[in-house]
Design a protein around this ligand. Structure first.
Ligand SMILES: N[C@@H](CCC(=O)N[C@@H](CS)C(=O)NCC(=O)O)C(=O)O
Length: 204
């Protein structure tokens, strides 16, 4: 039988990878459809809001990475033990989205002088500011992002950190022992380890 889900995204880890981590962790079969930047203009119009990733399932096209991730996480019982913990997962993930957008904004900046200014702020202020707080959160939560439990926040955030580190070519979590701990823990989960070993090799 054909897999129930088809994920469509660029041939990148990017925003596809948090969803791929969730599929891998849950052992959920899916078709991993990837396209190039050159192919994108012809595909954009077929996406609900002109963006990727999307997941096709049951004749519907879903969009918005974290809404789709939350749906998968609920199926996998990865949203914590109650509504409060589910909210704590969302809070951590949304904060990492704020952080990600600043890095991506720098990376794709085309104006060289603006890019140099953004680099200065990113490396001297933004990255240390967020990482100190993320590290303290993981410490307070006994080695996870939410209350000492493995949740989708751990899977999504590790997928995003790993991708951003490769985008910047800087291992920014290395010197934060609690962040390094959660990175190592998630990447050592057998299903994630297997996926990371076999996934297509991309720059980020
Ligand atoms: N809020 C959306 C953002 C999606 C998004 O920005 N996708 C980018 C790739 S990471 C995209 O489709 N870019 C191509 C374009 O906007 O034409 C989500 O989280 O899924």
């Amino acid at each position: 039988m054909a897999p129930k889900y088809t994920l469509k995204y660029f041939n990148l880890r990017g925003l596809g990878e948090p969803l791929r981590f969730l599929f891998a962790y849950g052992g959920i079969e899916y078709e991993d459809v990837r396209f190039s930047f050159e192919e994108w203009p012809a595909l954009k119009g077929s996406m609900p809001y002109g963006k990727a990733p999307v997941i096709e399932t049951d004749g519907e096209v879903l969009h918005q990475t974290m809404a789709m991730g939350r749906y998968l996480a609920r199926q996998l019982k990865l949203t914590g033990g109650d509504d409060w913990e589910a909210m704590l997962c969302d809070m951590a993930i949304d904060t990492v989205t704020d952080f990600r957008l600043q890095i991506v904004g720098y990376h794709y900046e085309k104006d060289e002088s603006l890019k140099a200014q953004k680099k200065e702020v990113l490396f001297n202020e933004t990255i240390p500011y967020y990482l100190e707080k993320f590290d303290a959160d993981v410490k307070k939560n006994d080695g996870h992002f939410v209350r000492g439990k493995l949740t989708w926040a751990d899977l999504v955030i590790v997928a995003i950190f790993e991708m951003l580190q490769d985008m910047l070519q800087v291992n920014f979590t290395e010197k934060y022992s609690n962040l390094k701990g959660i990175m190592d823990k998630v990447l050592a989960l057998p299903q994630i380890k297997e996926w990371v070993e076999k996934r297509p090799k991309t720059n980020y």
